[in-house]
Write a protein that binds this ligand. Sequence first.
Ligand SMILES: *[C@@H]1O[C@H](CO)[C@@H](O)[C@H](O)[C@H]1NC(C)=O
Length: 230
Amino acid sequence: MVPKLFTSRLYPKIEHPFLEKMILPSFLIFSLLSSISKAAVQDFCVADLTGPDTPSGFACKKPAKVTVDDFVFSGLGAGGNTSNIIKAVLTTAFADKFGGINGLGISVARLDMAVGGVVPMHTHPGGSEVLIVISGTICAGFISLENRVYFKSLKKGDIMVFPQGLIHFQINTGRLPALAFVSFSSERPGLQILDFALFANDLPSEIVEQTTFLDDAQVKKLKGVLGGTG
Ligand SMILES: *[C@@H]1O[C@H](CO)[C@@H](O)[C@H](O)[C@H]1NC(C)=O
């Protein structure tokens, strides 16, 4: 009974028996993955989101001011807007929005992918990821430090793990929108998208070309598409 209550509070707008079955295993996986946790020395440190997010994290909210709502996040019941260049959106419950998970070494997000949506090559420097497909077909993969490629077409109910820091991707290869939930072994996994790092800023084209071996036309084209300058 406890798991059912827990999941229905996290995702109040989703009445999906499959989801309830799948979220629990992901939390069990992360309870194993997250062996280092501040919770070992104090029971919790709810992030004080009114204060700054410093390199060492948020300050703890005063225990007397903590309520049950600090441990409940209701922001994943609906997906974000996929009308963007990648036709996909990650809606996060990271420590900067969900103060209750601060210091616990876990977090959750939902990934909505429109038809043709893609999460370009990216990494989460802070943690490993488990992806659970709720609906649709997602081709997902990662590249190891030895540059071996591991990818597969995932369907409803499939779970794939992406080891910490490795470059990975997801593509909606189906004819319908796809929905997945992801868990991280960090409350602040971070997200860096390779194409955006290379082509969506003002890093001079010459340096991009020297460091990627792409030619000037390719770099200028991608900078144009992704909003980069220089
Ligand atoms: C989604 O984003 C697009 C592009 O920014 C915008 O035109 C559209 O109104 C948004 N849709 C919703 C439902 O917010």
